[in-house]
Design a protein around this ligand. Structure first.
Ligand SMILES: *Cc1c(COP(=O)(O)O)cnc(C)c1O
Length: 353
């Protein structure tokens, strides 16, 4: 840190993304990327002509992509915000709506706490229940920015939409942000509630179910007034927040909806297969509706398992937080990748005896 950094940022602890090591070819199951490529029509959209168009700025209103998403999800384009990954809309939401403080679960997406710190927002972290479920009653009537991932990460567990509605209804003076990064893998969306409540913000991403993590594209649904607030922040920081090629790939992605639905079905099937294998090996597996599972066993320490898998070329995600350090979060890959993972886990367990 230099002596020039503003006082307010000195104590901020930056978010640590999952590792992306280049030292060898790993079976990469640590950052919830899709094991599948984007649809063929998406890859084919990058032509020499499109690259040449990069001399021009991208459309700051992102009109075409907003209209396609509006068509797909049955909402008005004024109810959609587009961002450079959904991390950016989360960032803007904390900036715009965190004035009364923020509240989120103690075990959730680690970036929420970072954004709160960045903006000097007081954050209250409510412990998940012993079974890692969210008790929605603890988020009612808080009158703070409420942030809940549904399905949650890294647990993969969901909260029913009627409970979300209770949270939204009982916090009428503040924004409730539901992070639906993983909803396409089997969760239930609360999108219909945005027509009914002006304080609900639902965020989504193309990174996971749309196989486009490297393209950096996120979006959000909310009442037109909330969207206008986010647009104001965007135009005050980075009007061309999404590059031309990513906007184009986003449009092609929306057109290939059935391809992605099929991939999500495959992931859900592989999730079920993998869960059964882990249970047979004596692991506890939380009930996941996401593209990852959260597993632990009495046989081996969570950190040891992570390190021994990595040494054998399989990367999973381990968190050092004492409440979850016995667990590993494992992204659902292809069936072949998961078979290789299970074989490697067996080797590690055998050797550990
Ligand atoms: C991956 C993830 C995001 C953000 O992903 P982007 O790549 O920035 O769109 C947001 N929330 C949760 C819970 C995530 O796991």
């Amino acid at each position: 840190m230099s002596r020039f950094l503003n006082e307010q940022y000195r104590a901020v602890e930056a978010y640590t993304p999952g590792e992306q090591p280049r030292d060898m070819q790993y079976i990469k199951l640590n950052t919830n990327e899709s094991p599948y490529p984007p649809a063929p029509s998406v890859a084919a959209a990058i032509t020499k002509e499109e690259v040449e168009q990069l001399r021009l700025y991208s459309d700051p209103t992102a009109k075409k992509l907003k209209e396609s998403l509006a068509g797909l999800y049955g909402v008005k384009p004024e109810m959609i915000f587009l961002s450079n990954g959904s991390d950016e809309v989360l960032n803007f939401a904390f900036m715009a709506f965190g004035g009364h403080g923020a509240v989120f679960p103690d075990i959730s997406y680690g970036f929420y706490e970072v954004f709160a710190d960045l903006y000097g927002i007081n954050s209250e972290m409510i412990p998940l229940e012993d079974d890692f479920s969210v008790d929605y009653r603890k988020y009612c009537g808080k009158n703070k920015l409420v942030v809940i991932a549904n399905p949650n990460a890294p647990t993969g567990m969901t909260i029913p939409v009627w409970q979300i509605e209770e949270i939204v209804r009982t916090n009428p003076e503040t924004v409730v942000l539901i992070d639906e990064a993983y909803v396409d893998f089997g969760g239930e969306t609360c999108l219909p509630l945005v027509e009914k409540y002006e304080n609900l913000l639902v965020t989504r991403t193309f990174s996971k179910s749309r196989c486009l993590a490297g393209g950096r594209l996120g979006y959000a649904f909310a009442s037109p007034a909330l969207i206008a607030d986010l647009e104001k922040i965007k135009y005050s920081t980075n009007p061309y927040n999404i590059n031309r090629l990513t906007l184009l790939l986003g449009e092609k992605t929306v057109e290939a909806e059935s391809y992605y639905q099929e991939k999500c079905r495959e992931i859900a099937e592989t999730r079920q297969w993998s869960t059964q294998r882990f249970v047979e090996l004596g692991f506890a597996v939380l009930p996941s509706k996401a593209n990852f599972i959260f597993v632990k066993t009495e046989e081996i320490d969570g950190g040891d398992l992570y390190r021994k898998l990595k040494a054998r070329g399989v990367l999973v995600r381990h968190f050092t937080n004492s409440r979850i350090c016995q667990y590993n979060r494992i992204t659902i890959g292809t069936r072949e990748q998961m078979e290789a993972l299970i074989d490697t886990v067996k080797e590690v367990l055998y050797e550990n005896q």
